[in-house]
Design a protein around this ligand. Structure first.
Ligand SMILES: *[C@@H]1O[C@H](CO)[C@@H](O)[C@H](O)[C@H]1NC(C)=O
Ligand SMILES: *[C@@H]1O[C@H](CO)[C@@H](O)[C@H](O)[C@H]1NC(C)=O
Ligand SMILES: *[C@@H]1O[C@H](CO)[C@@H](O)[C@H](O)[C@H]1NC(C)=O
Ligand SMILES: *[C@@H]1O[C@H](CO)[C@@H](O)[C@H](O)[C@H]1NC(C)=O
Ligand SMILES: *[C@@H]1O[C@H](CO)[C@@H](O)[C@H](O)[C@H]1NC(C)=O
Ligand SMILES: *[C@@H]1O[C@H](CO)[C@@H](O)[C@H](O)[C@H]1NC(C)=O
Ligand SMILES: [Cu+2]
Length: 577
């Protein structure tokens, strides 16, 4: 023991020596090892105690911290009765897609009692990320920050903040979320609103029994803080504001942006933002507020805002907090104002030419429901079943078909969804443009679309239908994101290079939305299409990763067997669900 710590001390000082002499960032990347025990914990919120699923009994979860280029190893053991996986949101997983986390897509769920080791490198990435469960609705409580610092001696492109704090926005349900998801899928109806919004796990005084369940952030007058803001919510896009203070956005989705100062902002689920906050107000207490942004019409949602407290050192403990003023829930202009302000810090290398132009419609509609049990199974509008889709392909579900297509100008009520799971294969290095077009007969709505394994430039967006003639693109300094809230009733254009071989999910970062009961779909598909003798419901990660990642088309799978090494060959595959 003693000798090994002496030798590591020696190595450390040698390292520092080299560092000083050569003025290089650091000696070598470190490995950060974490133990994640998926376990239940009894938690009391809103006057009710229930068991929630957590990592290591913490809610919200512990922060993983690392430095750019470090290796992260997370040993997971699942002590709950539920299936679980963890997704490392925003981490590109260069050549390690099998550690990306979506259950039944890149890995089988980690079943009760099982272990799984994630092992990936945060290659050339830094900033605010987060981790969350990627099975059923477990991510309602299974989430935490993942923070990657720049290499030593690499400064932020802004004045070094005095300190930093992480703020996780969440949604909390009193019911068991796995049961809840099951019920929603069966019913064909919309998901029930959360019972509370939370800021770092606390709902705050607007909710019953919650006057003590308030997150408090203490700050020193005149100092500037870095706030790492993460929307870990399940379904709601959320406004955020702090009374009397201005917030300067300096990073979005772990990429630096030109500083943009605003009083309120909106984060879609899956988005992260770094903000600078200066304690430039009179010593006192100020409210921090999170509330709903709901762009769809006739949707039930939680209206009560979560409140946390910003307290200056020296403020009286019982001083009354200045109230924070959130935009009204459907303030599309407030959303657009922030979106317009997001620019990459520098001029960026947006692909000027495009190899693949994709047009993807996204929306929600109502399917006919032929169930003999309409009271329980046809709870969508007009006694139908809610359905979401991308390009008329709705992610299938064994028990229920529930998400479906809507097309741009379609006005009928009863077009049926096609079932399927669609994938597109791209050559390595392909420059891809995707136009996401929001459609809707039921309603139009802002949709948070998240791409795994890549970031993309958001080169344009607007309301109404995308029109090539009038659309204006920013090819100079567009923001580089991994999650884009496609404007309500509008479109967004993204460009990126397919430079990360693997199987990647493109989906709405809401549940259940397109992320239905993946389990059934996958087990069915693998058996269907593969035509192989193993009828096990889920293949192991490595097998999936090494099977040339299957070629899906409308429910059929063609398995092209290859070796894992060949995966590194120039193939980049995106899975649309
Ligand atoms: C993680 O992966 C690296 C590279 O593949 C390997 O060298 C290392 O042994 C792995 N670590 C663990 C704990 O599996
Ligand atoms: C608080 O409880 C009352 C009575 O049960 C209920 O009507 C009200 O909606 C609750 N308020 C919130 C914010 O949950
Ligand atoms: C979807 O289906 C509708 C009607 O069935 C059709 O008019 C439309 O072109 C399709 N859209 C796409 C993107 O395939
Ligand atoms: C989609 O799949 C579900 C479940 O297998 C099935 O009930 C439904 O009829 C299918 N719909 C279409 C249009 O094929
Ligand atoms: C759609 O359904 C609603 C309610 O049943 C009905 O009022 C409306 O006329 C229908 N629209 C079309 C285009 O069929
Ligand atoms: C958990 O995953 C296994 C393997 O895919 C599957 O057989 C089982 O049905 C799943 N359990 C639940 C509750 O989803
Ligand atoms: Cu995510």
């Amino acid at each position: 023991m003693a000798s090994s710590s002496v030798s590591s001390l020696l190595r450390l000082s040698f390292c520092l020596f080299i560092l000083q002499v050569m003025n290089i960032g650091r000696c070598s990347a470190a490995t950060r090892i974490y133990q994640f025990k998926v376990q239940t914990k009894r938690l009391t919120r809103l006057c009710q105690t229930k068991e929630i699923v957590t990592i290591n009994g913490k809610f919200p979860g512990l922060a993983i911290t690392a430095q750019e280029d470090d290796n992260i190893v997370v040993n997971v053991i699942n002590m709950t009765p539920y299936n679980a996986t963890i997704h490392w949101h925003g981490i590109k997983q260069k050549l390690s897609c099998w550690y990306d986390g979506p259950s039944y897509i890149t890995q089988c769920p980690i079943q009760s009692g099982q272990r799984f080791t994630y092992n990936f490198t945060v290659a050339q990435q830094k900033g605010t990320f987060f981790w969350h469960a990627h099975f059923s609705w477990l991510r309602a409580t299974v989430y935490g920050p993942l923070i990657v610092y720049p290499k030593a001696n690499v400064p932020y492109p802004f004045k070094k903040p005095f300190k930093e704090h992480t703020i996780l926005l969440g949604e909390y349900w009193l019911k068991n979320v796995v049961e809840l998801e099951k019920h929603v899928l069966e019913s064909g109806g919309p998901p029930p609103p959360a019972d509370a919004f939370t800021i770092n796990g606390q709902p705050g005084p607007n909710y019953n029994c919650s006057s003590k369940d308030v997150y408090e952030l203490e700050i020193v007058p005149r100092k500037t803080y870095l706030l790492r803001l993460i929307n870990a919510g399940i379904n709601m896009e959320s406004f955020f504001t702090i009374a009397n203070h201005r917030l300067t956005i300096v990073e979005v989705d772990s990429e630096y942006t030109k500083p943009f100062t605003t009083e309120r902002l909106m984060l879609v689920p899956g988005q992260t933002m770094n903000l600078l906050l200066t304690a430039d107000q009179p010593i006192g207490r100020y409210s921090i507020a999170m509330g709903p942004y709901e762009s769809a019409k006739n949707v039930k949602f939680q209206h009560t805002s979560a409140i946390a407290s910003l307290r200056y050192f020296g403020a009286f403990p019982n001083s009354v907090a200045s109230p924070a003023k959130l935009p009204v829930f459907n303030d599309n202009i407030a959303v657009k104002t922030v979106m317009d302000g997001l620019r990459s810090l520098n001029t960026v290398d947006v692909p000027k030419d495009v190899d693949a132009h994709l047009f993807i419609t996204i929306g929600i509609n109502v399917n006919k429901c032929n169930s003999e049990d309409p009271n329980n199974k046809c709870q969508g509008p007009r006694k139908g079943r809610l359905a979401a889709s991308m390009n008329n392909i709705s992610f299938t579900n064994l028990k229920s078909r529930f998400w479906k297509l809507i097309t741009r100008n379609w006005k009928g009520n009863d077009t049926q969804a096609a079932n399927g799971t669609r994938a597109m294969v791209f050559e390595y290095g392909s420059r891809i443009q995707i136009i996401f077009q929001n459609t809707g007969t039921l309603t139009t709505e802002n949709h948070p679309i998240h791409l795994h394994g890549h970031s993309f430039y958001v080169i344009g967006y607007g309301t109404g239908n995308y029109d090539q003639q009038t659309a204006r693109f920013n090819l100079e300094d567009p923001p580089y994101l991994n999650t884009i809230g496609v404007p309500v009733g509008g479109w967004a254009a993204i460009r990126f290079v397919a430079d990360n071989p693997g199987l990647w999910l493109l989906h709405c970062h809401r549940h259940p939305s397109n992320m239905g009961n993946e389990h059934n779909v996958y087990s069915e598909k693998w058996q269907d299409g593969a035509g192989d003798s193993t009828s096990s419901s889920c293949r192991s990660t490595k097998v999936l990763a090494s099977s040339k990642l299957a070629n899906y088309d409308r429910g059929r799978i063609v398995l092209a067997t290859t070796t894992e090494r060949e995966l590194e060959a120039p193939i980049c595959l995106l899975l649309f669900i």
